[in-house]
Design a protein around this ligand. Structure first.
Ligand code: ADP
Ligand code: MG
Length: 252
């Protein structure tokens, strides 16, 4: 089985500062990896770089996605190949409705994956979107509001998960999609991710707290401190971290 994602000795800098040092990680088809760590350990740097955020520079190592060098691709090409990032801080875009945004994204993705496929009609799309929103316990009225404008923290995170479910990526990078959620929203978001699980879907779930992992069984948990993975283990590692925090790692 060839991996979905293979990171080998990856180093990443922001300006003159190196934030990620010599990081290696393999994600196989169907796997869910949790990356946990204190603030500032480089979690967002890692996933943003994988998506192609221009602020970050890869200074060493390699990243292969589906056997291909990821690092030479533009962000939209990465998306077309099935990579998806749910932002830690989703942007607000006034004047573009959630529905129109997702309709454009959906059509672009489907056209890239299968150029022969006919464009989905707005009517069909509306029904499909409504069904997904229902699954996520989202008020259908949100579809007609400007993207994320005036959404609460939790509503923004649900909109990210909605986008993920719609686009059906091969690998989803979820950057603290659990932060700012109340317990019901947390469960809904976890179920949203869980509903995607299949051999065709893998995920890296970045989280600061173990509580998301009570609802989501990761195959692996990685502890990230100071820009590298300092320990990896099974799901139980998250429960240990919940009790002990990251102090033990930070002092070593
Ligand atoms: P985490 O997501 O684990 O909280 P980040 O990846 O956001 O951590 O940040 C890792 C380090 O990189 C921190 O020290 C942070 O201050 C720094 N950093 C992140 N983004 C920038 C930026 N745009 N400019 C300068 N430093 C940054
Ligand atoms: Mg972060």
């Amino acid at each position: 089985m060839s991996p979905i994602l293979q990171l080998t000795g990856l180093s990443i800098g922001i300006g003159d500062k190196e934030v990620i040092h010599n990081l290696s990680l393999t994600v196989n088809p169907g796997e869910l990896h949790a990356v946990m760590g204190p603030n500032g350990s480089g979690k967002s740097t890692l996933v943003s770089t994988l998506m192609g955020h221009p602020s970050y520079t890869v200074t060493g190592g390699s990243a292969e996605f589906l056997g291909e060098n990821l690092l030479t691709l533009q962000p939209h090409e990465r998306a077309q190949k099935g990579l998806f990032l749910a932002f830690q801080y989703p942007r607000e875009i006034a004047g573009v409705t959630l529905r129109n945004f997702l309709f454009a994204a959906y059509n672009a993705q489907m056209a890239a994956r299968d150029p022969a496929k006919k464009k989905v009609s707005p009517v069909k799309f509306k029904a499909h979107l409504a069904a997904l929103m229902k699954e996520l316990h989202m008020d259908p009225a949100f579809a007609d509001r400007s993207l994320n404008k005036g959404f609460s923290g939790g509503e923004k995170k649900k909109a990210e998960v909605l986008q993920m479910k719609l686009l059906e990526p091969r690998l989803a990078l979820l950057d603290e999609t659990d932060s700012g959620l109340d317990i019901d929203a947390l469960k809904t978001v976890a179920q949203g991710v869980q509903s995607m699980r299949s051999p065709e879907f893998s995920a890296i779930v970045v989280t600061h707290y173990a509580r998301l992992l009570h609802h989501l069984q990761p195959d692996y948990v990685h502890v990230m401190v100071g820009g590298n993975i300092v320990q990896s283990g099974a799901a139980e590692l998250a429960l240990e971290l919940e009790k002990t925090g990251y102090k033990e790692y930070e002092n070593s």
